[in-house]
Design a protein around this ligand. Structure first.
Ligand SMILES: NC(=O)c1ccc[n+]([C@@H]2O[C@H](COP(=O)([O-])OP(=O)(O)OC[C@H]3O[C@@H](n4cnc5c(N)ncnc54)[C@H](OP(=O)(O)O)[C@@H]3O)[C@@H](O)[C@H]2O)c1
Length: 290
């Protein structure tokens, strides 16, 4: 889903149609310039949240041409359309624009991507801001419930711990991951504040993946001892960098309040489970198309 209109409600857009017709929806394949043509005008959106991307390191390495079309060209096209329509444009970017050697990155720090994914997102950021200087680039790292149940770090730990499976948590990777509800609220607030340029929208409390897994277990009443220390180099083919934390001082200043800490995020995630959000998402989920 890559659009959000705040005043008249939410209009969703993705390449496949949702199983449910709960939301007004426009189907578009961003690889295809014809499919993108007039998309923002048709949506009537006042704020465009552009999150669609070739979003995995592996997929971008396998097909860098496609990754560039979607993450750079399509993003710039939509940013240009948003400018023409007078809509606010938010490009969802990533902590992977940094190499992860230092951490606590500021918005103005030089980018240093180590993957094709990170390189396309850096190019996407620049292309969006060139096409639409009033756009906002939100660098994020987030978790939450997803229709497949397999998308986020939190779901990875939750499902394994629920099955009683011993699960490695990386002690050598630190991220500022933010619960997605807090992310969306911050993005909506920043859009209404007319924030522009690059903003790090992340948790104010960086955590190792190991600590995140243990805290999730505690919050969910699962066995924290099942989360065992692991090293990313023993499990991952592609180096993602180890210190990927994002400094959130700018977001704090703009929003007038600090970004959420890990305990609040995990508590919100637990409450969403009790409200059956994962089941609701499955019911509303987008059908698999191409
Ligand atoms: N998850 C994180 O912690 C994280 C961290 C940093 C940045 N981000 C950024 O956040 C955004 C969302 O990431 P995610 O983790 O939620 O990734 P995801 O689950 O892979 O979602 C990406 C979405 O983009 C859509 N998409 C891909 N190619 C498309 C195309 N040609 N036309 C239309 N839609 C297309 C996908 O649709 P299909 O389902 O049809 O393939 C999918 O819904 C991305 O911009 C990513 O770079 C995420």
């Amino acid at each position: 889903m890559h659009q959000l209109s705040l005043v008249g409600g939410v209009v969703g857009s993705a390449r496949t149609s949702p199983a449910s017709n709960h939301l007004p929806f426009i189907s578009a394949n961003l690889e295809d310039a014809d499919s993108r043509s007039g998309l923002i005008a048709r949506s009537g959106a006042e704020v465009v949240l552009h999150a669609a991307a070739v979003a995995s390191i592996e997929a971008c390495a396998t097909d860098p041409v496609l990754a560039r079309i979607v993450n750079v060209d399509a993003a710039a096209d939509l940013a240009r359309q948003a400018k023409a329509e007078g809509a606010k444009f938010i490009y969802v970017s990533t902590d992977a624009v940094f190499n992860g050697r230092r951490g606590n990155y500021l918005e103005e720090d030089p980018t240093s991507p180590t993957s094709e994914y990170g390189r396309t997102k850096v190019s996407g950021e620049r292309a969006v801001l060139d096409a639409n200087p009033e756009a906002m680039v939100a660098r994020v790292n987030f978790y939450g419930w997803s229709p497949s149940g397999r998308r986020s770090l939190a779901e990875f730990f939750y499902h394994r711990l629920l099955q009683g499976e011993q699960t490695p948590g990386f002690t050598d990777v630190t991220v500022s991951t933010l619960q997605v509800g807090y992310l969306v609220e911050a993005l909506v607030a920043l859009a209404s504040l007319e924030a522009r340029g690059i903003v790090h929208v992340a948790s104010s409390e960086p955590t190792t993946k190991f600590d995140f897994g243990r805290r999730l277990a505690d919050e969910f009443g699962l066995d924290a001892n099942l989360v065992v220390p692991g090293r990313s180099t023993d499990h991952l083919v592609h180096d993602r960098g180890s210190s990927l934390s994002l400094n959130t001082n700018l977001a704090t200043k703009l929003l007038g309040t600090p970004m959420a800490r890990q305990r609040s995020g995990l508590h919100r995630l637990y409450e969403e489970l009790n409200q059956a959000l994962p089941a609701t998402l499955r019911r509303l989920s987008i059908t698999t198309g191409n």
